[in-house]
Design a protein around this ligand. Structure first.
Ligand code: HEC
Length: 112
């Protein structure tokens, strides 16, 4: 019985920390989305669904690799954004690498 309780407590603690990490990731993704370039990605991407950023990610037509390529290299009217993302205070505070920051941002947009 004691052992079962210990195991259960362990499982609950692991579940809690996994969800805390997931929440932190979404929160950081949100901060990047709302603050990049001072006015956020939404200034260009939430209007008239012109460049269909969110829709394409949700539809699976813009995968993580293509997403990263556009963020790193820019595309037409889309400015290069990696430096801007790494300047974000939430990213710096969490000590995120470029990969982790892009994962967080991609995940946030996927669930938006
Ligand atoms: C100044 C306006 C502007 C801002 C700010 C901006 N974007 Fe864009 N973005 C664009 C435009 C315009 C395009 C379309 C480029 C094209 O296809 O020629 C685009 C395209 C993209 C694409 C490619 C979409 C596709 O389906 O091919 C991604 C990914 C993207 N933006 C991500 C972001 C993210 C993430 C942010 C915030 C960090 C951001 N953008 C901020 C204007 C902007």
């Amino acid at each position: 019985m004691k052992k079962t309780l210990g195991t259960l407590t362990g499982i609950v603690l692991i579940a809690l920390s996994v969800s805390a990490v997931a929440d932190e990731q979404t929160e950081i993704g949100k901060k990047i989305y709302e603050r990049a370039f001072g006015r956020g990605c939404g200034t260009c991407h939430d209007i008239a669904s012109n460049p269909q950023l969110t829709a394409n990610i949700k539809a699976g037509t813009l995968d993580r690799a293509k997403f990263e390529q556009v963020i790193r290299e820019g595309k037409g009217g889309m400015p290069k954004a990696i430096d801007e993302i790494m300047k974000n205070k939430a990213v710096q505070k969490a000590g995120y690498t470029e990969e982790l920051a892009l994962d967080a941002l991609y995940k946030y947009i996927s669930n938006k």
